[in-house]
Design a protein around this ligand. Structure first.
Ligand SMILES: [Zn+2]
Length: 247
């Protein structure tokens, strides 16, 4: 009667605990000027288009993957786990290549070349985009770079950086697709949830720390088949408990 759901969806809310800066590259105006920008999306608010900073899905998924790589050896003892997904690793055969055979648990869940993986992550969007789009204009800091030799400001090395302010609430969605046997799904889903539980201990972007403030799971915890996914369901229970205890 309690069959495996096809997809489990998580809606995750968090707030920033310091001035968050998720860069998206470098200014090309001056090679000596380091000017990482925030990533923006355009949204419609009561008929007006506003520009709001977001935390890109690729940043969130990347951080979760880094965490997963560290905890996977404990969940899958004896199995090979690849550490990175750099192009040169494929060429040297150090990273999973689905065309050549088996895929490690982290690549199976997070994806690798020619393999989409089991999870999808959305951008993290601010809960109050209008307020943030106004506040962000005041979150500009001017930086200079001092010369190591003369201790004076390097010519042209004066630039501004913009930050997402403290305690800004965001939300993102994470979907997990169940497509294998229950034993594998139980472990793989556990890997994802445990990585999510570790997210507050990892840095997003340059120095950003976040605190999870609310997690909603669909189907609800009671509707999940604990006989088929015992470890994953208990991991979800822990995640929800941790978030509730911080309210
Ligand atoms: Zn791999």
């Amino acid at each position: 009667m309690s069959s495996l759901p096809r997809i489990i969806r998580f809606k995750v809310e968090f707030k920033t605990l310091n001035m968050l800066q998720v860069g998206r590259g470098f200014s090309e105006a001056y090679s000596s000027v380091d000017n990482p920008q925030l990533t923006y999306r355009y949204i419609m608010d009561s008929g007006t288009v506003i520009r709001v900073p977001v935390i890109p899905a690729s940043t969130l998924k990347g951080v979760l993957r880094v965490i997963a790589t560290r905890i996977a050896p404990y969940l899958y003892p004896g199995q090979r786990i690849c550490a990175t997904i750099q192009l040169e690793d494929y060429e040297e055969g150090e990273c999973c290549n689905p065309a050549k055979g088996s895929v490690c648990p982290v690549c199976r869940v997070f994806g690798t070349r020619d393999l989409p993986g089991k999870i999808s992550v959305s951008d993290a969007i601010p809960k109050d985009p209008v307020k943030l789009s106004r506040m962000i204009e005041e979150c500009i800091y001017t930086h200079i770079r001092l010369s190591r030799y003369t201790q004076t400001v390097v010519r042209g090395a004066l630039w501004t950086k913009q930050y997402i302010p403290l305690y800004t609430p965001f939300e993102f969605k994470l979907e997990y697709r169940l497509c294998g046997d229950p034993g594998t799904e139980d472990k793989d889903l556990t890997l994802v949830i445990r990585s999510l539980r570790m997210l507050p201990y990892e840095r997003l972007g340059r120095a950003g720390l976040v605190q999870l403030t609310k997690v909603e799971v669909t189907p609800s915890l009671n509707a999940l088949p604990c006989n088929k996914l015992p470890n994953a369901v208990s991991e979800i229970e822990k995640l929800l408990g941790e978030v509730r205890s911080r309210e």
